[in-house]
Design a protein around this ligand. Structure first.
Ligand code: FAD
Ligand code: NAD
Length: 466
């Protein structure tokens, strides 16, 4: 076996791992990154953020061409779905970006090893795969991400009953798709297949969709999705799902829901969350014990053991690509310079449905529970010139500000390009801005961002256009 030496070795090349590797190289360290699959970029680039957004964008345009172009004076005839073409667009998008990470590794002189990484003991990692090597490094960063969580009784066959990866590549539009879980994946990929023509039934265990997000915003979202034809069954406890039928022609799925009639459908998308991935990682060799939810416990500097750090989906916190990236940077800056920090109060979350749903900071429910006095300003997209010109007037911006100091505590947006609008208020929270600061900042006219400004004015009861 080849013996190698580096300053720092990262296990996993997702947004946490590859960004940590590049930043560490920028800081002058000799860096290696071990990835078990041939493509770099992790869940996010290969089977997560990027392919799902490629399908969300393409399916939305198809849907618009079919349904709303005529409202703005464009006549189109013979709009047809070319599903294989759409899937090729998704695959091309992924390929370009994963190749881009390989280019960045070369540019930054990050040495890539292809194979499974396993910690052998303090300061040593074994690579087992196409390449076999023993790497000695003072610092080991674990960035092994997460995998789809199963559900007892749901028999995933990797085809008809699967998770998000299967739902990114169905070979035909399912007649009836049952989605288990009304979270990020269920709503995004449920929307994709609904737009392409499936009947979509979403089964959610709780009495609401999007748990953890602001309740008023989630309720508005559910109303909109219902109008789009998504069927919701809330309070639905799924007890099993199986494939029936002995030939491709008569194959179908049966989903069992506690206290209700079984549902027959063509495909099932299980989207009840993801679990940290730590299989065969050799954690015991450095004395790391997982917490009750299978995550690697870390301290404020992402340290899990002496010389061993962990970031991204494999540790606590929201399972989001930008959170993993921010942690990757803070972790290696801490290693190289002694200081690195992530502000968990200012990490936005975006659901890329149509309209998009975006939020940052505290929800109203969290503020009430903490007994924080707050003021609220809301403004609808329906009163915004740009939204009208776009023909996308659904939704609102809601700003929650501390009643005594006016500091912005939380912002919740549902509406066109909410995912881009949330950046301004994320910076506001990061800088400790007040709603008055936002209200007095000039916002270009006519833009969707004016809805943010008006919501900030509304905190003080002085919105102009409503
Ligand atoms: P990952 O991206 O999971 O990368 C981990 C990597 O480690 C993988 O490549 C894996 O092969 C490798 N690995 C694991 N174990 C080993 C080992 N022992 N040796 C070598 N390699 C190993 N987040 C967003 O912020 N925005 C979105 O729009 C978004 N959309 C998503 C859509 C879907 C369908 C899914 C499933 C997720 C989405 N996410 C999104 C979540 C996002 O993908 C994750 O939060 C993010 O990828 C986590 O990054 P990570 O670096 O921690 O791990
Ligand atoms: P999720 O946590 O977002 O949603 C899971 C949903 O399943 C919840 O509503 C939950 O109440 C429900 N649920 C749990 N058990 C259930 C059961 N037995 N029956 C019915 N419903 C049940 O998880 P996800 O949608 O699988 O996504 C996983 C993670 O990936 C997300 O939490 C997010 O961190 C990340 N992700 C992010 C994006 C994005 O940023 N746009 C997109 C996709 C995924």
């Amino acid at each position: 076996m080849e013996e190698q030496q580096h300053d720092l070795v990262v296990i996993g090349s997702g947004p946490g791992g590859y960004v940590a590797a590049i930043r560490a190289a920028q800081l002058g360290l000799d860096v290696a990154c071990i990835e078990k699959v041939p493509e770099l970029g992790g869940t996010c680039l290969r089977v997560g953020c990027i392919p799902s957004k490629a399908l969300l964008e393409a399916s939305e345009r198809y849907h618009e061409a079919k349904t709303s172009f005529k409202k703005i004076g464009i006549k189109v005839q013979g709009v047809e779905l070319d599903l294989q073409g759409m899937l090729r667009h998704k695959d091309r998008t992924v390929k370009g970006l994963t190749a881009g990470v390989a280019y960045l590794f070369d540019k930054n002189k990050v040495r890539r090893y292809q194979g499974h990484g396993r910690i052998e003991g303090p300061g040593t990692v074994i690579v087992d795969g196409d390449e076999r090597a023993r790497i000695r490094a003072r610092h080991i960063v674990i960035a092994t991400g997460s995998e789809v969580a199963g559900l007892p009784g749901v028999e995933m066959d990797g085809d008809r009953i699967g998770g998000s990866t299967e739902a990114l590549s169905y070979p035909e539009v399912p007649g009836h798709l049952v989605v288990i879980g009304a979270g990020y994946i269920g709503l995004e990929l449920g929307s994709v297949w609904r737009r392409l023509g499936s009947k979509v039934t979403v089964l959610e265990y709780l009495d609401r969709i999007l748990p953890g997000m602001d309740l008023e915003t989630a309720k508005l979202a559910q109303k909109t999705f219902k109008k789009q034809g998504l069927k919701f069954e809330l309070g639905a406890r799924v007890t099993g799902a199986r494939v029936e039928g002995d030939s491709e022609e008569n194959k179908h799925c049966i989903v069992e829901v506690d206290g209700k009639d079984p549902i027959a459908c063509d495909r099932v998308l299980l989207a009840v969350g993801r679990r940290p991935y730590t299989d065969d990682l050799g954690l015991e060799s450095v004395g790391i014990e997982l917490d009750g939810r299978g995550r690697i416990p870390v301290d404020g500097h992402f340290r899990a053991a002496d010389g061993v750090f962990a970031i991204g989906d494999v540790i606590a916190g929201p399972m989001l690509a930008h959170k993993a990236e921010d942690e990757g940077i803070a972790c290696v800056e801490g290693i190289a310079c002694g200081y690195g920090h992530v502000n968990y109060e200012a990490i936005p979350g975006v659901v890329y449905t149509h309209p998009e749903i975006a939020s940052v900071g505290k929800t109203e429910e969290q503020l009430k529970e903490a007994g924080t006095e707050y003021r609220k300003g809301k403004f609808p997209f329906a009163a915004n010139g740009r939204a009208k010109a776009l023909g996308q007037t659904e939704g609102q911006v809601k700003i929650l500000a501390d009643a005594a100091t006016d500091r912005v505590l939380g912002v919740h947006v549902i509406g066109p390009r909410a995912g881009d609008l949330i950046a301004e208020v994320t910076v506001a929270i990061e800088f400790g801005a007040s709603s008055e600061d936002i209200a007095r900042s000039s916002h270009a006219h006519p833009t969707l961002a004016e809805v943010v400004k008006e919501a900030a004015l509304a905190v003080d009861g002085r919105a102009i256009h409503n």
